[in-house]
Design a protein around this ligand. Structure first.
Ligand code: IMP
Length: 187
C-alpha cells in the first residue's frame, strides 16, 4: 500500500474505499502551464505577490510559478485543514501569517481546491485588513456545486463535481499529497 509512484497503480485503496484516476500528470501540467502563461500576460509590467495557501497548494504553486515568466514575489499563508475528515469542519484557523508587505501590491492567492469557498472568503477578509492594489484568486480545482460563499475565482484549472479527490497536493488524512496525478473517490 505504501509504495506510490504514479503509473504503477490504477487505483488507490484506502480501507474499503477506492480512488480512481481523474486527472493525469500530463493534463495537470498542460493546464498549469496555460494558467502560468495567462498570469504572465495579465501582470506584464507589474510585480505581483503570489501567495500560496498551505498545505494543499504547494505543488500547484511550485509548478505554476515555474510557468510564470515575469518577475514575481512569493509568500504563504497556512490554514488549518479538514483534519482526517472528507468534509469541512466549517472552521478555519490561521496557522501562519504573511511575511510580505502587501499594501499597494498586486496579490494573487493560490489555492489547491475551492469547495464551499469558506477558506477563500476567510482569506479575502484577511486581505481587506491590508490595502492591496488588487487581488485575484487562482485555484487548480473548483467544485461549483459545493460553493456556499460568494467568492470569485479568476483562474480555474478544472471544474469538478461534488467528489472527494486526492493527490497533487491534496491529502486524505495528510497522506497522498505527493502523487503526481489526481484521483477521485469511486462511487
Ligand atoms: P473550502 O474552504 O470549503 O472551500 O475548502 C477548501 C479546502 O478544503 C482546500 O484547501 C482543501 O484543503 C480542502 N478540500 C476541499 N475539498 C477537498 C477534496 O476533495 N480533497 C482534499 N481536500 C479538499
Amino acid at each position: 500500500m505504501d509504495e506510490m509512484r504514479d503509473g504503477t497503480r490504477d487505483v488507490i485503496k484506502i480501507g474499503n474505499e477506492t480512488f480512481v484516476p481523474m486527472l493525469t500528470e500530463e493534463q495537470i501540467q498542460k493546464r498549469v502551464k496555460e494558467l502560468g502563461e495567462q498570469i504572465s500576460e495579465d501582470y506584464r509590467g507589474k510585480l505581483p505577490v503570489i501567495i500560496g495557501i498551505l498545505n494543499g497548494s504547494f505543488l500547484f504553486m511550485a509548478d505554476l510559478v515555474k510557468n510564470v515568466s515575469i518577475n514575481c514575489e512569493m509568500d504563504f499563508y497556512k490554514l488549518s485543514s479538514y483534519g482526517d475528515e472528507k468534509i469541512s469542519s466549517g472552521n478555519v484557523k490561521l496557522l501562519k501569517e504573511l511575511n510580505a508587505d502587501i499594501n499597494d501590491r498586486h496579490v494573487i492567492i493560490v489555492e489547491d481546491i475551492v469547495d464551499t469557498g469558506l477558506s477563500i472568503s476567510y482569506i479575502e477578509k484577511l486581505m481587506a485588513t491590508f490595502s492591496p492594489a488588487s487581488m485575484k484568486v487562482a485555484s487548480l480545482l473548483v467544485k461549483p456545486k459545493c460553493l456556499k460563499y460568494d467568492v470569485k475565482i479568476d483562474y480555474i484549472g478544472f471544474e469538478i463535481e461534488d467528489q472527494f479527490v486526492l493527490g497533487y497536493g491534496l491529502d486524505y488524512a495528510q497522506k497522498y499529497r505527493n502523487l503526481r496525478s489526481i484521483y477521485v473517490l469511486s462511487e
